[in-house]
Design a protein around this ligand. Structure first.
Ligand code: SAM
Length: 213
């Protein structure tokens, strides 16, 4: 698996323009195979999102790396991860920041993610919460960075409001089928969108997301 992980970093990430060496090293360290269902272990390093149950997915490695790179982390930040899913992105964020709060609306996935993060040794740095992450996590705000791994119809205002000044929010914004990954910085003048990248995520379901139908 080590060789496959290394090949993933070189071919899917570095070759496609991921340049932050801390992000590349984090992706090289986190054992993605622990976060995919046992029957999919053989595909853990495929260039794709994979099903994790409950109709949800673990994101494609490139998207995880891209979101992490866009957050511009240095190692001490408090980060919010919206859409814990398998817990994989939270583990990568834990390699890059000081403290990670990860929120998931489906309790069964949150419980499983917590178990996997503990087993992988990230239990002390990642706190998994159950709830509607489109409202953020006001009791732990402000955050230096917020990563959203599900598509929102608009920039979620509650999340923007929970950013520190100059903090970054990376969120897919669009309809249920296609979106642009927006990289947003909080400034005294309001949200500044640094970049947009085409992407495709499962919908964010909640107060500032889509409805659950
Ligand atoms: N980051 C995850 C990983 O590494 O496995 C992948 C996340 S998956 C693409 C998106 C997740 O967002 C799903 O598990 C889904 O249940 C969750 N989700 C959707 N709406 C949510 C909300 N309002 N609050 C929290 N989680 C939400």
């Amino acid at each position: 698996m080590l060789a496959e992980r290394h090949a993933m970093v070189e071919r899917q990430l570095r070759a496609r323009g991921i340049v932050d060496e801390r992000v590349l090293a984090a992706m090289e360290r986190v054992p993605r195979e622990l976060f995919v269902p046992p029957e999919l272990h053989g595909r853990a390093y495929a260039d794709a999102a994979l099903p994790i149950g409950e109709g949800q997915t673990i994101s494609q490695p490139y998207m995880v790396a891209r979101i992490c790179e866009e957050l511009g982390l240095h190692g001490t930040e408090r980060v919010l991860d919206v859409g814990a899913g398998s817990g994989y992105q939270a583990a990568v964020l834990a390699e890059l920041a000081g403290e990670v709060h990860s929120i998931e609306r489906i309790a069964a996935l949150a419980d499983h993610a917590r178990e996997l993060l503990d087993a992988a040794g990230y239990g002390d740095r990642v706190h998994v919460h159950v709830g509607d992450g489109s409202r953020g996590l006001p009791e732990h705000a402000p955050f230096a960075a917020i990563a959203v791994a599900a598509a929102a119809p608009n920039l979620p205002e509650a999340l923007y409001e929970q950013l520190e000044m100059r903090g970054r929010l990376v969120v897919p914004v669009g309809n249920r089928w296609e979106q642009l990954l927006q990289v947003v910085v909080r400034t005294p003048e309001g949200p500044a969108v640094l970049r947009t990248v085409p992407c495709r995520f499962v919908p964010l379901i909640g107060a500032e997301g889509f409805d659950g139908r």
